[in-house]
Design a protein around this ligand. Structure first.
Ligand code: SAH
Ligand code: SF4
Ligand code: F3S
Length: 478
């Protein structure tokens, strides 16, 4: 899952000094779920590095295999148990062959939600560690392998995790490429009736401003050009400034925009109730803030929105979009939708399609409602039949697909600044991101373009990507 191997061990003399002094050990992390898990997986690599662990891209040569899990829908959680079954076999095979021991760990939201239940269901798991407890991993690893039941760490205080993680400049995983995630906020207090996040990630916590700015500067020093600020409810950010005063996401964006060398900013995921005027204004006048906004609405029916406890109506969402578009007319919008929420009628679903037509999205994530244990919606009568959910999902995705391809096609003929952050399929192809988060492919790309932003003439738009050509005269030295 991880993109590249890390260097060998960097230090010893810790509580795991016996490990650090021995041959370098390997950790393999498989990441499921949202971007916050991607960020956390890198932090777990960082936290283990001083203890002699380097990252590997295969479970086969790993001493520790860690699954960083997601609990958001039933399928996501089920995947974890089937993967664990495979790891149990691997552990047994190694033991039978006298090979090296395998420590199995489960991190993330399934670990948090299931805790000791997982101990019973998968007794071969050695460590179960919730999202706010990753700083405890080295101690857990040190204690593992003595044949006892799995260790479970699922305490909550989010600040401990951030304070105890290695500072950005000491990270092994710093700047894996020109784009990076930076978690600024954790947890959620919204309690939508379908959602597990408030239970798995706990209540809202915002990191202090100076820590975020320091981390961003380190990323930029490492070659990062674009940062995506992360939070389960990122626009509820209220991290304290140096004087201990709460700030806002709009204020943070303005402060980050002053960092030389940082060219682009994005943030995800937002709640419509927390899109305040200061943030909308920032979309209007902070050039580095990209014209793309992921703003989940879930449904276009007020009846369903109310049952979901979304705390806004369809009308509120539409007015909000008007305001945002007034500040930044070319903003591209993305959203999340759930179809088949308990009690959703045909008319409710039509209202969702109506909202999609009215707003116009450039892409979206859409899901069939999945009943989650412990959430209020799970106990409601009127659960919707699977075939109805399937049909609604197909119709919704077809409509979004039409809007997406129309937007991409309309980009043909435009000149867009593209940040090149990936290699293409052929040696001469490079892939980058447009301001609207579209993938842009170019052929015959000079290798020096990787990590740079260049003006690209868009020649063709497809369902999922754009094809373009480098504007040579812009790149050529004067
Ligand atoms: N914090 C974000 C998103 C959290 S989860 C927000 O407030 O929008 C990402 C998406 O998963 C949600 O937006 C929702 O569309 C979907 N989701 C969450 N719980 C779900 C469930 N029980 N069934 C189906 N989809 C769900
Ligand atoms: Fe879940 Fe709602 Fe919080 Fe988003 S706002 S994380 S959907 S409870
Ligand atoms: Fe999944 Fe947890 Fe993220 S449930 S979506 S990994 S916050």
């Amino acid at each position: 899952m991880r993109i590249e191997d890390q260097d060998g061990p960097t230090s010893s003399g810790s509580m795991l000094s016996d490990v650090a002094d021995a041959a370098p050990k390997k950790i393999f992390i498989k990441t499921y779920g949202c971007q916050m898990n991607v960020y956390d997986s890198d932090r777990m690599v960082d936290v283990m590095a001083p203890h002699g662990y380097s990252e590997t891209s295969s479970p086969d040569d790993a001493d520790i295999v860690l699954l960083n899990t997601c609990h958001i829908r039933e399928r996501a959680a089920d995947k974890v148990y089937s993967e664990l079954g495979r790891l149990r076999d691997m552990k047994n095979e190694r033991e039978a062959a006298g090979g090296k021991k395998l420590v199995i760990g489960v991190a993330g939201c399934v670990a948090q939600a299931e805790g000791s239940e997982m101990q019973r269901r998968a007794p071969y798991v050695d460590m179960i560690v919730g999202p706010q407890s990753y700083h405890n991993l080295p101690a857990m690893v040190a204690r593992s392998g003595n044949g006892g039941p799995a260790q479970v760490e699922t305490d909550f205080p989010a600040e401990d995790k951030f304070v105890s993680m290695p500072a950005a400049e000491k990270r092994k995983t710093l700047a894996r490429g020109p784009t990076a995630f930076l978690t600024i906020q954790e947890g959620c207090d919204k309690f939508c009736t379908f959602c597990v996040v408030p239970y798995t990630r706990g209540s809202e916590y915002s990191r202090p401003l100076t820590r975020i700015l320091d981390e961003a500067r380190s990323l930029v020093d490492g070659g990062v050009r674009e940062i995506t600020l992360l939070g389960q409810n990122v626009n509820a950010f209220h991290g304290e400034d140096e004087a201990g005063r709460p700030t806002t996401l709009g204020g943070l964006i303005r402060a980050l925009a002053k960092i030389d060398g940082l060219e682009r900013l994005r943030y995800t995921t937002s709640h419509p109730r927390d899109m305040d005027d200061a943030l909308i204004e920032a979309h209007g006048d902070v050039k580095k803030l990209m014209p793309y906004l992921h703003l989940p609405v879930q449904s276009g029916s007020d009846r369903v929105l109310d049952a979901m406890n979304r705390q806004h109506t369809a009308e509120h969402y539409i007015r909000l979009i008007e305001k945002i578009r007034a500040a930044r007319p070319d903003i591209a919008l993305s959203s999340d939708f759930i179809v088949g929420f308990p009690g959703e009628t045909d008319a409710d679903f039509e209202a969702t399609l109506g909202l999609i037509r009215e707003v116009g999205f450039v892409q979206a994530y859409s899901f069939k409602y999945s009943s989650r244990p412990g959430t209020p919606a799970a106990t409601r009568d009127e659960q919707i039949a699977e075939e109805v959910k399937v049909e609604r999902l197909q119709r919704l995705q077809a409509l979004i697909g039409e809007q997406q391809v129309a937007f991409n096609r309309a980009c043909a003929g435009r000149r867009l600044p593209v940040l090149f952050d990936r290699k293409g399929r052929t040696p001469t192809q490079l892939v980058g991101r447009s301001p609207y988060l579209q993938s842009v492919h170019i052929e015959n790309a000079p290798a020096s373009l990787f990590g740079q932003i260049a003006e690209i003439d868009i020649e063709e738009g497809f369902a999922q990507s754009l094809r373009g050509r480098l504007v040579r005269e812009v790149l050529a030295p004067a």
